[in-house]
Design a protein. Structure first.
Length: 145
């Protein structure tokens, strides 16, 4: 299952992330995914990929996220957040995620992100060079429209 993911990022559960049941509060899983996405693009697109957003060249906004909770994480757990882009369209992309503790999958998730133009306040095409970098990294695991 993990073999199809070429990228992962590790986080450790902190005390401030657990709730009254002494497990990770559900909203923090979205934060873990957001951190992993940032590191994915830093690795795949450019170490300075955030400058692309500042220059209105490539900036993604979240359109939709679905999370399936399987088992809870606990304080001090070391979690691996696996991330991959599985589909790219003209202006959007779909990514899949697994959050795991060792070999145990705790959360499965999917996100739809859209390339956003800050001037027009609307979606815009994903730049061709960005698509090429993601496709080169993901190889045959990605669908392109």
């Amino acid at each position: 299952m993990f073999n199809s993911f070429l990228f992962s990022h590790q986080v450790r559960v902190r005390y401030s992330e657990i709730d009254g049941q002494r497990i990770v509060f559900n909203a923090h899983y979205s934060t873990y995914i957001d951190v992993a996405v940032t590191e994915y693009f830093r690795t795949v697109v450019s170490p300075n990929w955030l400058e692309l957003a500042e220059n209105n060249e490539f900036d993604l906004v979240l359109r939709k996220m679905t999370l399936e909770y399987i088992s809870p994480a606990k304080l001090d757990d070391l979690l691996d957040i696996y991330c991959r882009v599985v589909k790219m369209g003209m202006s959007s992309m779909i990514s899949e995620f697994l959050i795991a503790r060792g070999e145990e999958v705790l959360v499965q998730a999917e996100a739809v992100q859209v390339c956003f133009d800050h001037v027009t306040r609307a979606s815009k095409p994903i730049p061709h060079d960005i698509k090429e970098k993601i496709q080169a990294f993901e190889g045959s695991n990605i669908a392109i429209n």
